[in-house]
Design a protein around this ligand. Structure first.
Ligand code: TXA
Ligand code: MG
Length: 383
């Protein structure tokens, strides 16, 4: 046995100490049908005490230091990490995802000291937001420092930064000693991943490693807020709501493109169709009886129809496939499950999907933003 192999086995044995009982069982099942050995899966229990000395975290961090790609959980969705200071490493992200090169990346940090390596001229309003919302699902757009690769910022003179509120993400960033550029760890055009399985479905064999820390919490991506405008401007609704932000810093603007179909978004990524399910998706604004009527009409024409609803109404509809997405009385649960449910519809053979709509308040704004993008803005209103 070579020394290299022996030390690898030792690493693996040490790593097992980090696993919960459940993880130990699942890790033996090869449950994700990994097609090649290129993508190494590290199972880590996010609740273990000393994640910073967890061998799997240390090994995953060494991949990042070598310029390789490592997917990891955050509190929103899984991210696909690379060393933000290395143009070559960041380039790998665009290749693995098939991401358009004009779409800049968010830099993830674990300490506020790291912020000063990548951003400058930080306005007081940004400091207030940091104090209240970091670590957490709020990304700040700030003037960038020279040292940050322009590949990260797609040539912009600003950089998007966030400190994720997830013990594994923080431990990994800290162990690497680097700021980590990380978009959502999906193939471009697919829903963001909220489980390690989603990541492997999209990127197996295309990335060096994934740290599997279980399902993420928030389910939709972070809120992106531009702090370089006189009044801070929300560019993407997400995990922190407009109401939460306004309670802390007063009135904020919303990028016109979020409310007017014709306006050009200030956040380059917002102009791309986020995700279109295989079957056309239509958002229905109206009663369950109205939605059922639409379903009946399509089924009468021989189509197989899917319905995206919530737990409260899962038995209300009669259709070919009915998938509940969280509970309407707690919209956070809808956000948590939205991407998983959109992916689940692709596993069915429906010809068309009707989705209920959700109130434009709190996290509902982010849910409707993602849902309407997936629907290509197709909506039907009950008269
Ligand atoms: O929750 C999240 O934010 C997840 C996790 C992994 O942290 N990340 C994520 O990254 O959603 P991504 O790449 O899928 O989305 C980043 C968004 C894009 O819409 C991009 O255009 C925008 O942030 N963005 C990045 N840098 C920007 C900048 N300098 N100015 C304006 N928008 C920027
Ligand atoms: Mg994304």
């Amino acid at each position: 046995m070579s020394i290299l192999y022996e030390s690898f086995i030792l690493m693996e044995e040490m790593a097992v100490k980090c696993l919960s009982d459940v993880d130990k069982q699942t890790s033996n099942l090869n449950m994700y049908e990994v097609k090649t050995l290129k993508t190494h899966v590290f199972f880590v229990d996010k609740n273990v005490d000393d994640l910073n000395s967890c061998p799997q975290i240390i090994q995953a961090a060494s991949y990042l230091q070598r310029g390789e790609l490592v997917a990891f959980p955050t509190e929103t969705v899984y991210g696909l990490g690379a060393n933000a200071m290395s143009t070559a490493a960041v380039e790998n992200i665009f290749v693995a995802k098939g991401r358009p090169s004009d779409n800049p990346l968010i830099v993830h940090i674990a300490t506020t000291e790291q912020l000063h390596d990548i951003a400058c001229d930080i306005p007081p309003v940004a400091s207030t937001l940091i104090e209240h919302f970091w670590p957490g699902p709020l990304t700040l757009v700030l003037p960038k420092k020279e040292a940050v690769s322009s590949r990260v910022t797609a040539g912009l003179n600003t950089v998007a930064v966030r400190m994720p509120n997830h013990p594994i993400a923080l431990a990994l960033i800290q162990a690497s000693g680097l700021p980590i550029a990380a978009p959502s760890a999906n193939r471009s055009g697919r829903p963001s991943p909220t489980t390690a399985k989603h990541v492997l479905d999209d990127l197996d064999g295309r990335i060096a490693a994934i740290v599997d820390g279980g399902a993420t919490g928030v389910g939709v991506e972070s809120t992106v807020i531009d702090c370089t405008t006189a009044i801070p401007t929300i560019l993407r609704p997400g995990g922190v709501t407009k109401e939460d932000i306004e309670q802390v810093i007063g009135v904020v603007d919303i990028d016109r493109a979020l409310v007017e179909k014709e306006a050009v978004p200030k956040s380059p990524g917002m102009k791309y169709t986020h995700y279109a399910p295989k079957a056309p998706l239509i958002v229905v604004n109206g009663s369950s009886a109205f939605l059922q009527q639409l379903v009946n009409e399509k089924r009468a024409n021989g189509l197989r129809v899917g319905v995206l609803t919530t737990e409260e109404r899962r038995h209300t509809y009669e259709s070919d496939v009915v998938i509940p997405c969280g509970r309407r009385n707690d919209l956070r649960t809808v956000a948590q499950q939205l991407y998983d449910v959109l992916r689940a519809f692709d596993e069915t053979n429906v010809d068309i999907i009707y989705s209920e709509s959700f109130p434009y308040e709190g996290i509902g704004v982010a849910i409707m933003n993602r849902l309407l993008k997936a629907a290509g803005h197709e909506q039907i209103m009950e008269k």
